[in-house]
Design a protein around this ligand. Structure first.
Ligand SMILES: [Zn+2]
Length: 108
């Protein structure tokens, strides 16, 4: 319990000390999201086509159909490699696969 509390404190402190970096990150991310033209209808259709399951492992995914914060979706081609925030570049993806995928990107 104490460890968890310490962790939360650490993150809070880091965010405070690096407020500029956090702000820049959020701004860049938002600008990128706006550049795309994903609508929540498109996300819902994509979700329906995938039957609400992760394309990688088939697990049921709970999604949030918010164009600017689409939880439960993944960009096939990540932003870092020039992927765009459009529905064509998106798939339903569970959190576990998302984390795994991003780890691979970092480490390979
Ligand atoms: Zn998965």
């Amino acid at each position: 319990m104490a460890d968890r509390q310490a962790q939360i404190e650490y993150v809070r402190k880091w965010r405070k000390e690096n407020a500029d970096r956090v702000k820049t990150y959020q701004r860049t991310r938002l600008a990128w999201m706006r550049e795309g033209n994903v609508t929540s209808d498109q996300l819902r259709r994509l979700y329906g086509r995938s039957k609400g399951r992760c394309v990688y492992c088939g697990a049921r995914v709970t999604c949030r159909f918010s164009p600017s914060d689409p939880r439960g979706f993944d960009h096939k081609k990540p932003r870092a490699t020039g992927g765009r925030h459009t529905v064509r570049n998106m798939v339903v993806c569970c959190l576990q696969c998302n984390i795994k995928k991003h780890k691979n990107e970092v480490w390979q």
